[in-house]
Design a protein around this ligand. Sequence first.
Ligand code: G
Ligand code: G
Ligand code: MN
Ligand code: NA
Length: 256
Amino acid sequence: MRLLGELRHGIEDGQLRVHYQPRMNIATNIAIGVEALVRWEHPTRGLLQPGDFIDLAEESGLIRGLGAWVLDEAVQQGAQWNRASSGQAPVGMAVNLSPRQLVDPQLTGIVQAALARHSFDPSLLILEITETALMENPEMALKVLTALKALGVGLAIDDFGTGYASLTYLKHFPIDELKIDRSFVSGLGAGNGDYAIVSSCIQLAHAVGIRAVAEGVETDYQRSTLLTMGCDLAQGFHYSRPLAPDLLADWITARP
Ligand code: G
Ligand code: G
Ligand code: MN
Ligand code: NA
């Protein structure tokens, strides 16, 4: 397939970019970190979003190289911001892992190497794994998560509510945060069942002692509703779109 060849070339040719979206403490309105989101600056097709090429990367196996590059790039960027912002709380970095990366025997080594290469504090890195990836093989996932956790990094369940994670696994996985899928967050205020779903997810997270993060917060009504519900962190266009690192620098340095 043509796009696959172009992607392989694009990775080697340095056409990938990482954009960053602030992760906000809802109560204080302060950015506590960012999520790294990959883009492909295609020479003729323009700036492509992950939805245009991540599945292809996953099916072809290119995701291993792509994912390792994103991780290294994000950790390097996080380390750079943190060196530049002395006296401020350090910036946390969240990076997405695909299902295939999760079962890669080299994953732990790749993460460890990136942290060491850039002298990045492991506790400032959060690896996001989708609920679906975890539930494909929960026993194996538990082993991988335990190994990653031993490096000192944080772990998040991404797109929570769209898969079928049982409460049993949520309790046994060494998870630090639960990211409520934006399909539920976007329904807040629409008078449907999403209010109850989002509220339950937050209570569930707190019941097992982890943070609740709302994805895709677009309106002030959603923000204030989440605050009332006790949600800890939020991301979304209401605060900021994912931005190129030079544009985000202001966001990072403007923090109190
Ligand atoms: O950036 P955008 O909102 O278009 O991201 C769409 C999806 O692509 C999200 O679900 C996100 O988790 C995924 N994604 C973005 N960057 C990466 C990445 O570096 N690796 C993997 N595996 N998925 C990513
Ligand atoms: O979950 P993934 O890691 O699944 O989520 C990140 C994706 O969500 C990125 O593609 C990002 O561009 C997108 N995104 C972030 N904030 C918002 C938002 O407020 N609204 C919408 N529609 N998409 C958002
Ligand atoms: Mn994510
Ligand atoms: Na998500």
